[in-house]
Design a protein. Structure first.
Length: 241
Protein backbone atom coordinates (compact mmCIF):
# COMPACT_ATOMS: atom_id res chain seq x y z
CA UNK A 1 0.00 0.00 0.00
CA UNK A 2 2.93 2.37 0.57
CA UNK A 3 3.55 2.49 -3.17
CA UNK A 4 -0.07 3.56 -3.67
CA UNK A 5 0.03 6.28 -1.03
CA UNK A 6 3.40 7.62 -2.22
CA UNK A 7 2.12 7.80 -5.79
CA UNK A 8 -1.01 9.71 -4.79
CA UNK A 9 0.85 12.20 -2.62
CA UNK A 10 3.53 12.80 -5.27
CA UNK A 11 0.93 13.37 -7.99
CA UNK A 12 -0.89 15.86 -5.79
CA UNK A 13 2.39 17.68 -5.05
CA UNK A 14 3.49 17.92 -8.69
CA UNK A 15 0.03 19.21 -9.70
CA UNK A 16 0.31 22.11 -7.26
CA UNK A 17 -0.94 20.77 -3.96
CA UNK A 18 0.67 22.14 -0.81
CA UNK A 19 -0.92 19.52 1.43
CA UNK A 20 -2.34 16.07 0.68
CA UNK A 21 -3.59 12.99 2.49
CA UNK A 22 -5.04 9.72 1.26
CA UNK A 23 -7.31 7.23 2.97
CA UNK A 24 -7.67 3.68 1.63
CA UNK A 25 -10.62 1.57 2.75
CA UNK A 26 -11.05 -2.16 2.33
CA UNK A 27 -14.55 -3.57 2.78
CA UNK A 28 -15.08 -7.30 3.12
CA UNK A 29 -18.69 -8.50 3.18
CA UNK A 30 -20.59 -11.74 3.47
CA UNK A 31 -24.35 -11.95 2.97
CA UNK A 32 -26.48 -15.00 3.78
CA UNK A 33 -30.27 -14.93 3.50
CA UNK A 34 -32.58 -17.74 4.61
CA UNK A 35 -36.30 -17.80 3.86
CA UNK A 36 -38.77 -20.58 4.65
CA UNK A 37 -36.04 -23.05 5.47
CA UNK A 38 -34.14 -22.43 2.22
CA UNK A 39 -30.90 -20.52 1.69
CA UNK A 40 -31.92 -17.79 -0.77
CA UNK A 41 -28.70 -15.78 -1.01
CA UNK A 42 -25.04 -16.46 -0.36
CA UNK A 43 -22.56 -13.85 -1.53
CA UNK A 44 -19.03 -12.75 -0.66
CA UNK A 45 -17.49 -9.38 -1.45
CA UNK A 46 -14.07 -7.78 -1.11
CA UNK A 47 -13.78 -4.20 -2.34
CA UNK A 48 -11.36 -1.31 -2.03
CA UNK A 49 -11.80 2.42 -2.28
CA UNK A 50 -9.72 5.50 -1.63
CA UNK A 51 -10.15 9.21 -1.10
CA UNK A 52 -7.60 11.99 -1.59
CA UNK A 53 -7.84 15.33 0.17
CA UNK A 54 -5.59 18.24 -0.81
CA UNK A 55 -4.98 21.91 -0.27
CA UNK A 56 -4.04 23.95 -3.34
CA UNK A 57 -4.00 27.74 -3.68
CA UNK A 58 -5.21 27.89 -0.08
CA UNK A 59 -8.43 25.88 -0.60
CA UNK A 60 -9.61 22.31 -0.07
CA UNK A 61 -10.25 19.76 -2.79
CA UNK A 62 -11.40 16.16 -2.54
CA UNK A 63 -11.89 13.26 -4.96
CA UNK A 64 -12.33 9.50 -4.60
CA UNK A 65 -12.67 6.24 -6.52
CA UNK A 66 -13.26 2.54 -6.04
CA UNK A 67 -10.55 1.54 -8.54
CA UNK A 68 -7.15 1.07 -6.93
CA UNK A 69 -5.07 1.32 -10.12
CA UNK A 70 -2.06 3.50 -10.94
CA UNK A 71 -3.78 5.43 -13.73
CA UNK A 72 -6.85 5.98 -11.55
CA UNK A 73 -4.76 7.13 -8.59
CA UNK A 74 -3.08 9.71 -10.83
CA UNK A 75 -6.43 10.87 -12.21
CA UNK A 76 -8.09 11.21 -8.81
CA UNK A 77 -5.14 13.03 -7.24
CA UNK A 78 -5.05 15.49 -10.16
CA UNK A 79 -8.83 15.94 -9.91
CA UNK A 80 -8.62 16.73 -6.19
CA UNK A 81 -6.03 19.44 -6.93
CA UNK A 82 -8.15 20.84 -9.77
CA UNK A 83 -11.18 21.02 -7.47
CA UNK A 84 -9.11 22.80 -4.81
CA UNK A 85 -7.89 25.37 -7.34
CA UNK A 86 -11.44 25.94 -8.54
CA UNK A 87 -12.64 26.37 -4.95
CA UNK A 88 -9.85 28.90 -4.34
CA UNK A 89 -11.49 31.32 -6.77
CA UNK A 90 -14.23 32.10 -4.23
CA UNK A 91 -12.39 31.46 -0.95
CA UNK A 92 -12.76 33.92 1.90
CA UNK A 93 -9.32 33.12 3.29
CA UNK A 94 -6.53 30.58 2.97
CA UNK A 95 -6.77 27.24 4.76
CA UNK A 96 -4.44 27.28 7.75
CA UNK A 97 -3.44 23.82 8.99
CA UNK A 98 -0.83 25.01 11.43
CA UNK A 99 2.60 23.32 11.72
CA UNK A 100 2.86 20.46 9.23
CA UNK A 101 3.30 16.93 10.56
CA UNK A 102 3.36 13.58 8.78
CA UNK A 103 1.11 10.82 10.17
CA UNK A 104 0.71 7.21 9.08
CA UNK A 105 -1.88 4.98 10.72
CA UNK A 106 -4.37 2.16 10.34
CA UNK A 107 -7.76 1.39 11.90
CA UNK A 108 -9.75 -1.81 12.18
CA UNK A 109 -13.28 -2.04 13.60
CA UNK A 110 -13.06 -3.61 17.08
CA UNK A 111 -14.84 -6.95 17.50
CA UNK A 112 -15.20 -9.72 20.06
CA UNK A 113 -15.64 -12.43 17.45
CA UNK A 114 -14.34 -12.14 13.90
CA UNK A 115 -17.38 -13.12 11.79
CA UNK A 116 -15.14 -14.25 8.96
CA UNK A 117 -13.56 -16.84 11.25
CA UNK A 118 -16.97 -18.46 11.83
CA UNK A 119 -17.57 -21.22 9.28
CA UNK A 120 -20.29 -20.87 6.64
CA UNK A 121 -21.83 -24.13 7.84
CA UNK A 122 -22.23 -22.77 11.37
CA UNK A 123 -23.77 -19.51 10.14
CA UNK A 124 -26.22 -21.27 7.85
CA UNK A 125 -27.20 -23.75 10.58
CA UNK A 126 -27.86 -20.83 12.93
CA UNK A 127 -30.03 -19.02 10.38
CA UNK A 128 -31.98 -22.14 9.49
CA UNK A 129 -32.69 -22.93 13.14
CA UNK A 130 -33.70 -19.30 13.81
CA UNK A 131 -36.01 -19.34 10.78
CA UNK A 132 -37.58 -22.60 11.93
CA UNK A 133 -38.10 -21.29 15.47
CA UNK A 134 -39.63 -18.02 14.26
CA UNK A 135 -42.07 -19.89 12.05
CA UNK A 136 -43.03 -22.28 14.85
CA UNK A 137 -43.82 -19.35 17.14
CA UNK A 138 -46.10 -17.55 14.68
CA UNK A 139 -47.40 -19.94 12.02
CA UNK A 140 -50.43 -21.45 13.75
CA UNK A 141 -51.53 -18.19 15.39
CA UNK A 142 -51.22 -16.14 12.19
CA UNK A 143 -53.25 -18.62 10.14
CA UNK A 144 -55.94 -18.76 12.85
CA UNK A 145 -56.05 -14.98 13.19
CA UNK A 146 -56.39 -14.27 9.46
CA UNK A 147 -58.95 -17.06 9.02
CA UNK A 148 -61.04 -15.29 11.65
CA UNK A 149 -61.49 -12.32 9.33
CA UNK A 150 -62.82 -14.59 6.63
CA UNK A 151 -65.40 -16.17 8.90
CA UNK A 152 -69.11 -15.48 8.85
CA UNK A 153 -68.92 -13.34 11.97
CA UNK A 154 -66.63 -10.71 10.44
CA UNK A 155 -66.63 -8.61 7.31
CA UNK A 156 -63.04 -9.36 6.42
CA UNK A 157 -60.68 -6.95 4.73
CA UNK A 158 -58.05 -9.16 3.20
CA UNK A 159 -59.69 -9.64 -0.19
CA UNK A 160 -59.51 -12.98 -1.98
CA UNK A 161 -57.06 -14.45 0.53
CA UNK A 162 -59.48 -14.10 3.45
CA UNK A 163 -62.20 -15.75 1.38
CA UNK A 164 -60.32 -19.06 1.42
CA UNK A 165 -61.52 -19.65 4.96
CA UNK A 166 -60.32 -22.94 6.40
CA UNK A 167 -58.12 -23.63 3.36
CA UNK A 168 -55.58 -21.04 4.47
CA UNK A 169 -52.01 -22.17 4.93
CA UNK A 170 -48.90 -20.32 6.02
CA UNK A 171 -47.01 -20.68 2.73
CA UNK A 172 -49.92 -19.18 0.76
CA UNK A 173 -50.12 -16.28 3.19
CA UNK A 174 -46.41 -15.60 2.91
CA UNK A 175 -46.69 -15.54 -0.87
CA UNK A 176 -49.82 -13.37 -1.09
CA UNK A 177 -50.65 -11.48 2.09
CA UNK A 178 -48.09 -11.35 4.89
CA UNK A 179 -45.30 -8.83 5.30
CA UNK A 180 -43.38 -11.07 7.63
CA UNK A 181 -39.64 -11.54 8.03
CA UNK A 182 -36.45 -9.50 8.12
CA UNK A 183 -36.42 -5.82 7.17
CA UNK A 184 -34.84 -6.75 3.84
CA UNK A 185 -37.59 -9.31 3.14
CA UNK A 186 -40.33 -6.79 3.95
CA UNK A 187 -38.71 -4.12 1.76
CA UNK A 188 -38.53 -6.57 -1.15
CA UNK A 189 -42.22 -7.53 -0.73
CA UNK A 190 -43.30 -3.88 -0.62
CA UNK A 191 -41.33 -3.06 -3.76
CA UNK A 192 -43.01 -6.01 -5.45
CA UNK A 193 -46.43 -4.65 -4.46
CA UNK A 194 -45.46 -1.21 -5.72
CA UNK A 195 -44.47 -2.58 -9.11
CA UNK A 196 -47.39 -4.97 -9.45
CA UNK A 197 -50.30 -3.04 -7.96
CA UNK A 198 -49.15 0.58 -7.88
CA UNK A 199 -49.30 0.69 -4.09
CA UNK A 200 -48.98 4.23 -2.68
CA UNK A 201 -49.93 3.71 0.98
CA UNK A 202 -49.90 0.95 3.56
CA UNK A 203 -52.00 0.11 6.63
CA UNK A 204 -50.13 -2.03 9.16
CA UNK A 205 -51.99 -4.57 11.27
CA UNK A 206 -50.44 -6.51 14.13
CA UNK A 207 -52.45 -9.46 15.47
CA UNK A 208 -53.56 -8.80 19.08
CA UNK A 209 -51.89 -11.98 20.34
CA UNK A 210 -48.50 -10.37 19.58
CA UNK A 211 -48.85 -8.30 22.73
CA UNK A 212 -47.76 -4.70 23.19
CA UNK A 213 -44.03 -5.41 23.59
CA UNK A 214 -43.71 -7.43 20.38
CA UNK A 215 -45.89 -5.03 18.41
CA UNK A 216 -43.85 -2.00 19.55
CA UNK A 217 -40.59 -3.78 18.74
CA UNK A 218 -41.87 -4.59 15.24
CA UNK A 219 -43.09 -1.03 14.72
CA UNK A 220 -39.72 0.35 15.80
CA UNK A 221 -37.90 -1.99 13.42
CA UNK A 222 -40.30 -1.03 10.61
CA UNK A 223 -39.75 2.68 11.27
CA UNK A 224 -35.96 2.44 11.48
CA UNK A 225 -35.19 -0.12 8.77
CA UNK A 226 -38.09 -0.23 6.29
CA UNK A 227 -39.55 3.28 6.02
CA UNK A 228 -36.21 4.95 5.10
CA UNK A 229 -36.00 2.71 2.01
CA UNK A 230 -39.17 4.37 0.66
CA UNK A 231 -38.47 7.99 1.52
CA UNK A 232 -38.06 10.28 -1.50
CA UNK A 233 -34.60 11.70 -2.21
CA UNK A 234 -33.70 14.80 -0.18
CA UNK A 235 -33.84 17.07 -3.26
CA UNK A 236 -37.41 16.04 -4.03
CA UNK A 237 -38.48 16.64 -0.42
CA UNK A 238 -36.91 20.10 -0.44
CA UNK A 239 -38.59 20.95 -3.74
CA UNK A 240 -41.96 19.81 -2.43
CA UNK A 241 -41.60 22.02 0.63
Amino acid sequence: MKEVTDRALETARTRGGTYADIRIVRRETQNIEVKNGIVQTLSLGDTYGFGIRVVANGAWGFASSHRLENAEIDRVAALAVAIAKASAISKASDVDLGPEECHVGTYATPMKIDPFQVSLEKKIDYLLSSDKEARAVTEEAIVRHIAHFGGSGTGGYLGSVSEKGNQLNYDDLLATTLLHGSAETVIARLRELQARAGMTSLLLHYPPYYGREKAMRSLKLFAERVIPAFRPPARRVAAAE
